[in-house]
Design a protein around this ligand. Structure first.
Ligand SMILES: Nc1ncnc2c1ncn2[C@@H]1O[C@H](COP(=O)(O)OP(=O)(O)OP(=O)(O)O)[C@@H](O)[C@H]1O
Ligand SMILES: [Mg+2]
Length: 272
């Protein structure tokens, strides 16, 4: 379990806090979606939940982050990385810069965890298969398209099989097919007990993936509840967050006196 209790955070060199009194509990195997307008504090919350802020980037934090009951504040960086990993919106931020091929890039994560070579190779192959990257494995990781680089970044995280994963806009550069692929991979990861916090503007992706949604604005939690409840909440649009197509259709039908469950049934039928 990953838990933030009463967390407020201020960047180094700034006098104002950008997160205020955040309480968030992420259970094992749970996927929580994080939504909010630009500048709401989503990326900052990702940095804090991953322990990078303040440990690596500085700043000051009030409240606490605990990982499986252990306070993050007391953990060395490499111990922190064994428990929680973060994927950034810009895959270039994440790329090691030392791998000659995509295969090596993905293998670096499990290798750095000190795993035996056979297991490192097995996990790397599994992550490559999961994200259908077989055609790219010999390519130079620095010469990929934005979407390819984002998939490689996510494959690197999958190969580490972390207990907790924080993802900041993991599909920002992906087309619909790539976005679906990532969705399936993240769902499969959660079934192994990994917990995920995903900051995303694509609410359609979160709608099919998350059990809970947290909406933030101005560094504060505004809405927090089951996915359907938050996505059907009229206050969401006021935050500048577009609800998923399902919720918009149900509402549009309801406004015309029609039964919204028709949409739910149609979606269930299309998915089966
Ligand atoms: N490195 C930084 N130093 C100082 N302030 C920062 C830094 N990064 C972000 N901020 C500020 O913190 C606030 C929250 O920004 P953050 O990047 O967390 O928002 P966001 O919800 O991720 O936005 P977006 O949807 O645009 O990615 C903003 O006011 C921003 O200006
Ligand atoms: Mg952001």
């Amino acid at each position: 379990m990953l838990q933030l209790s009463g967390v407020s955070y201020r960047y180094a060199g700034y006098s104002n806090e950008v997160l205020h009194d955040i309480d968030l509990r992420l259970d094992d195997g749970e996927i929580i979606g994080l939504v909010g307008p630009n500048e709401a504090g989503k990326s900052t919350l990702c940095l804090v939940a991953s322990g990078l802020a303040p440990a690596s980037i500085g700043g000051s934090l009030r409240g606490s982050l605990t990982l499986d009951g252990v306070p993050a504040a007391g953990l060395a960086t490499h111990k922190l990385a064994e428990r929680v990993v973060i994927g950034f919106q810009n895959p270039n931020t994440q790329r090691s810069g030392i791998a000659a091929t995509v295969f090596e890039e993905i293998a670096l994560g499990p290798m750095n965890l000190g795993l035996p070579v056979a297991e490192t190779v097995e996990r790397t192959r599994a992550a490559i298969a999961r994200l259908r990257l077989d055609d790219l494995i010999r390519r130079d990781p620095q010469r990929l398209s934005g979407g390819q680089a984002q998939l490689v970044g996510i494959a690197s995280l999958l190969a580490m099989q972390p207990r907790h994963v924080i993802l900041d806009e993991p599909t920002a550069q992906l087309d619909p097919a790539g976005t679906r692929l990532v969705g399936e991979a993240l769902r499969a990861l959660a079934t192994t007990g990994t917990s995920l916090l995903i900051a995303e503007h694509k609410t359609d992706l979160l709608d099919g993936l998350c059990s809970r949604i947290i909406a933030i604005d101005g560094g504060r939690i505004i809405l927090d509840g089951p996915t359907a409840t938050v996505f059907d909440d009229p206050r969401l649009a006021a935050l500048g967050v577009e609800p998923p197509a399902r919720a918009r259709l149900v509402r549009a039908l309801g406004n015309r006196g029609l039964e919204g469950s028709i949409v739910e049934d149609a979606i269930a039928g299309a998915a089966s």
